[in-house]
Design a protein around this ligand. Structure first.
Ligand SMILES: Cc1ncc(COP(=O)(O)O)c(C=O)c1O
Length: 440
């Protein structure tokens, strides 16, 4: 594919943007500057068209520039919805009412701009509530970029060591500049191991367990039966606040969040991404008792939430339109997503089977990951030890050259949206067949 314009844009950005991209997570090969998205499609600066399964790391449940969401955003701007920076607004009230209606476990909510901010606030709430400092996160989970949780996602096994069932992993920061002391109060445990969790809970004064219910930053790594229920019991036994990070899973798998699918109730839940179909909204939410810390009478117990742009009307207009649409069409939306993603996953499986290439597709509704290994992984060690990462990258890059955008980083989850048609899915399978026939 010709990418002259993309190359020029990258060169231009590198002159003035440190590193040339505004999120390091976007630094991948091939370097493509996208300029337009609609529905299931993306176009780059050179006019090349791609069927998109990256969905900008997940927010686009309804596809790029969904007409109903865009109309709501336009109407908000035309009606004079503005950032008031004082008191409350009707759009905040409406968005919060909708979120509480959509996710039955929530009693109170608060809005931020991003998932990272919402997770940072959830940790602060948990610490204020318990009077303890320590946090537990999962190896292979991602909960944002702030100091205490920016660690241990796709950690090379020589850094993290062998699988630990009774114990914890070394804290491996994703960034320089994280204070030394952080590692002493953040504990990284093996996903899908209740023993590991019980071990850390018994060793340290833990305020919160912060975890994605499904690890969707290393593909789709699902909880074993009973695991989430076991977490609930352990958190209750040790007085630990369970923060479910639903930034990726919330609304993608069900309007009630993955917690409604699993039938579990965390103490706090964090949302982002799909709740506003591509606009920047994060939310921290949960039970009345903990959320009341945001307005505790005693200033020593009060938890600060602040932000010039919290509750900004444009993203909230998008969130309201997204939630109203999902509420209205809940059954058809999720049934269609399930059906389309299943047809796609089955089609891809068949393409590789025809060629005798071993793959396993792990899928939850519209989110899936294709692994070059013979079973669905159950934790990071299983994945890192068995999945052919180099082959995964070559496959993704070859697919991109054939007009299908799977994010070119091994293990990254793919997302189907309501904008993906049957024809898109069939075309994706055919393009994959061509790539596999040629070899990669
Ligand atoms: C599970 C999860 N939590 C939190 C975040 C951070 O959200 P944001 O990028 O909006 O800060 C992400 C982002 O990818 C995520 O996948």
């Amino acid at each position: 594919m010709n990418r002259t314009q993309s190359a020029e844009l990258f060169a231009r950005s590198r002159q003035v943007i440190a590193g040339g991209v505004v999120s390091l997570n976007r630094k991948v090969e091939p370097e493509i500057a996208f300029v337009k998205g609609r529905g299931s499609r993306l176009w780059d600066a050179d006019g090349n068209e791609y069927i998109d399964y990256h969905a900008a790391f997940g927010p686009y449940l309804l596809g790029h520039n969904d007409p109903e969401v865009e109309e709501a955003v336009r109407r908000a701007a035309e009606s004079g919805w503005t950032l008031t920076g004082s008191g409350t607004t009707p759009w905040e009230a409406r968005a919060a009412e909708l979120l509480v209606q959509c996710v039955p476990n929530l009693e109170k909510v608060q809005f931020t701009n991003t998932g990272s901010e919402a997770n940072a606030l959830a940790c602060r709430l948990a610490r204020a509530h318990t009077g303890r400092d320590h946090l537990v996160v999962m190896q292979g989970g991602y909960n944002g970029w702030h100091d205490e949780v920016a660690c241990n996602v796709m950690t090379p096994l020589d850094q993290v060591g062998p699988r630990v069932i009774q114990g914890e992993y070394p804290f491996v920061p994703l960034s320089a500049g994280i204070p030394q002391g952080t590692a002493e109060r953040v504990h990284v445990v093996n996903y899908n191991s209740l023993e590991a969790l019980e071990w850390v809970f018994s060793q340290y004064p833990v305020a919160a367990l912060l975890s994605e219910p499904i690890l969707q930053n290393i593909g789709v790594v699902k909880p074993k039966p009973g695991y989430l229920q076991g977490i609930r019991e352990l958190c209750d036994r040790y007085g630990v606040v369970w923060i479910m990070d639903e930034v990726k899973t919330g609304f993608r798998h069900a309007l009630g969040g993955y917690q409604s699918v699993a039938g579990v109730r965390p103490d706090l839940s964090v949302f982002g991404k799909a709740i506003a179909n591509g606009y920047p909204v994060g939310a921290v939410a949960g039970n009345e008792e903990i959320m009341a810390l945001f307005h505790a009478d005693d200033p020593k117990k009060r938890v600060l939430i602040a932000g010039t742009y919290n509750g900004h009307p444009i993203p909230l207009a998008a969130a309201i339109a997204t939630m109203e649409r999902l509420q209205r069409d809940q059954d058809t939306v999720y049934a269609q997503l399930e059906e389309r993603a299943k047809v796609l996953a089955d089609g891809l499986t068949e393409v590789f089977r025809e060629k005798g290439i071993t793959t396993a597709i792990s899928r939850q509704g519209s989110a899936f990951a294709l692994y070059f290994m013979d079973h669905e992984p159950e934790d990071w060690h299983d994945l890192a030890g068995n999945h052919d990462m180099a082959k995964d990258l070559r496959f993704r890059q070859a697919l991109i050259e054939n007009g299908v955008y799977f994010f070119p980083l091994p293990t990254k989850q793919c997302s189907v949206s309501t904008a993906h048609s049957e024809a898109d899915v069939a075309e994706t399978v055919e393009r994959t067949r061509e790539v596999v026939a040629k070899g990669f």
